[in-house]
Design a protein around this ligand. Structure first.
Ligand SMILES: Cc1cc2nc3c(=O)[nH]c(=O)nc-3n(C[C@H](O)[C@H](O)[C@H](O)COP(=O)(O)OP(=O)(O)OC[C@H]3O[C@@H](n4cnc5c(N)ncnc54)[C@H](O)[C@@H]3O)c2cc1C
Length: 230
């Protein structure tokens, strides 16, 4: 899977801080943005997060591109309603070569991997045969497996991203969407380190919100951002 940031709000930390300051100031928004200093923004953003004054975070938005995500994971991704999505169409784009995400549990088991490969190739061959019979791509695609790769462009604001990271970086979330969330959070922290300082599953803050708990709380953000942390 490849996930990359395509576009984002300029200086997200400063913009969120200026929007919050506007609530308590007589100054104009443009003046507030100019006056934001890194140090003051950071302490204000921490206060907003702690107090639950989360609406200023909605002004900072982030647009990601992702390739090679399975339709299993994309189905979970698009359940997040406070985001905007554009997904490659299987009605208009013909699926040529077998392009299936192989889960690590299958990849690491040679017998399972061979079975999986056989299934994917058979599905792909049947799909091509259906097209040859004149079946439209929108119907032929019904034979393709859940693991078939897709690509999307999607946009979330920082408030929704916090929510997304809380749910999808939890060890109880499915491995592929967790990996996507990990890549996204790394990008977000690079651009807006203060806004995303406290982002992640609830256990990073010291309290698990899940029932039942996985009993393996993350110790810190480095733990959360590490690939293959199991
Ligand atoms: C570990 C895990 C297991 C899951 N298992 C299942 C499953 O078995 N079956 C299944 O169907 N789904 C499952 N889901 C998906 C889950 O139910 C949510 O649909 C998904 O996580 C999106 O979350 P959300 O609705 O909070 O987020 P978003 O859609 O991103 O919304 C963000 C927040 O906005 C508010 N909001 C948005 N829309 C509304 C609305 N219409 N009314 C009121 N408030 C709203 C809510 O506060 C919501 O939390 C699972 C999710 C996780 C993380």
């Amino acid at each position: 899977m490849f996930c990359y940031l395509l576009a984002h709000t300029l200086e997200p930390d400063s913009l969120v801080a200026a929007a919050a300051r506007l609530c308590y100031s007589t100054a104009a928004a443009s003046d507030l943005l100019e006056r934001e200093s890194e140090h003051l923004s950071a302490s204000l953003l921490r206060k907003l997060q702690r107090s639950g004054h989360h609406s200023p975070f909605e002004h900072a938005s982030f647009t990601f591109g992702v390739d090679g995500l399975s339709r299993v994971a994309s189905h979970q991704l698009v359940r997040h309603r406070l985001a905007s999505f554009s997904q490659q169409s299987q009605r208009y784009v013909k699926m040529n070569d077998p392009q299936v995400v192989v889960p690590p549990s299958i990849h690491s088991n040679p017998q399972a991997r061979a079975l999986f490969q056989r299934g994917a190739e058979a599905a792909s061959a049947l799909y091509q045969e259906l097209l040859t019979l004149g079946i439209p791509a929108e119907d032929a695609r019904f034979i393709l497996p859940h693991g078939w790769e897709t690509r999307l462009v999607f946009t979330m604001n920082a408030r929704e991203l916090h929510h997304f990271f809380r749910l999808r970086l939890c060890r109880r979330a499915q491995w592929e969407i967790r990996e996507l969330a990990r890549l996204m959070l790394s990008e977000c922290r690079r651009l807006a380190p203060v806004t995303f300082e406290l982002a992640g599953p609830s256990c990073v803050g010291g309290q698990c919100g899940e029932s039942p708990s996985c009993e393996k709380p993350y110790r810190n953000m480095e733990d959360v951002l590490r690939k293959n942390d199991e």
